[in-house]
Design a protein around this ligand. Structure first.
Ligand code: CNA
Length: 278
């Protein structure tokens, strides 16, 4: 952090000062922004890590190039690889992390203004974050529809098809059905654009587990007001967070960072109990 810049809202750019701010009740409209890093400890690989990432492990699907698995033009011609992957990633196989439960805790305390996530794994939902609090910027497995006539498709049916390694077809037009994950060549959900200026209303911004490299999501932390504290809980410093007057860096594993923050707020027992029930 730039030591020459004095904090304007916090008493210091430390975890303790942040906790003091949160405990004082001044952080009552928190926006949280998350990415693949909050789900790696649940066992879901990120996409791009050279050895462990999903793309590195797609050879068996005989794709022309790894990203084709999420390419809408490719999917139209050959939906099998995506469905093979969906079989592995479909919600229900992974348990939310304590970081997911932390977001739920903020909601339970009435402090969560909105969660913006890039994740498609639905673990925030499984941790109990309400649908109306979540903006899934890149879509998710939460809904599915026909790629031709857009007709919604029942969840129990897609679940059964994915389990049985079958490809679901629209009941109305026989078109291909796809979970509403945003593929390359598709528009982002309208709810993202409707809510992207919401961080301006926040009194705290928490960014966790993202490299902040994918636009327009990466611009969200910059939408907060200048004096609004921003905290980055991540393995590495990203997105220029740390240069603002009230930026706090909690670098390292996000589950550990979240536990430290919860402890400083006096919420650790409550958080652990909530997670244990998940
Ligand atoms: P990314 O580009 O892979 O960045 C992940 C970030 O998290 C990096 O900065 C890592 O250092 C950091 N990180 C990884 N593990 C931890 C950890 N345990 N504790 C703290 N930090 C950690 O992922 P982004 O989400 O930023 O990239 C956006 C893409 C990835 C979106 O389109 C997602 O849909 C997509 N994705 C989602 C999932 C999922 O739904 N779980 C999985 C893989 C990729």
């Amino acid at each position: 952090v730039d030591e020459s810049v004095l904090p304007r809202t916090l008493s210091g750019r430390t975890l303790e000062a942040l906790a003091e701010y949160m405990k004082s009740g001044k952080a009552s409209k928190i926006v949280v922004m998350t990415g693949a890093g909050i789900s790696t400890s649940a066992g879901i690989p990120d996409f791009r890590s050279p050895e462990t990432g999903l793309y590195a492990n797609l050879a068996r699907l005989n794709l022309p190039y790894a990203e084709a698995v999420f390419d809408i033009a490719y999917f139209r011609e050959n939906p099998e690889p995506f469905y093979a992957l969906a079989h592995e990633l479909y919600p229900g196989k992974f348990r939310p992390t304590i970081t997911h439960s932390f977001i739920r805790l903020l909601q339970d305390k009435g402090l969560l203004l909105k969660l913006f996530t890039q994740n498609i794994d639905c673990l925030e939902r499984e941790a109990g974050v309400d649908d109306d609090k979540i903006i899934e910027a890149h879509g998710s497995f939460a809904r599915q529809s026909c790629i031709d006539c857009n007709q919604p498709y029942p969840e129990e049916e897609i679940k059964r098809h994915i389990e049985n390694k079958e490809i679901p077809r629209c009941h109305h037009c026989k078109g291909l059905v796809k979970p509403e994950i945003v593929f390359f060549g598709e528009k982002m959900p309208a709810t993202f654009f409707q809510n992207q200026s919401l961080p301006m209303q926040a009194d705290l911004c928490i960014v966790m587990g993202t490299s902040l490299t994918v636009q327009p999501f990466a611009s969200l932390p910059g939408m907060t007001r200048e004096q609004t504290p921003r905290v980055l809980i991540n393995k590495e410093r990203v997105g220029g967070i740390g240069s603002g007057s009230d930026d706090v860096l909690i670098l390292g594993d996000c589950d550990e960072g979240v536990k430290r923050l919860a402890e400083a707020c006096g919420w650790l027992e409550e958080l652990e109990a909530l997670w244990a029930k998940t």
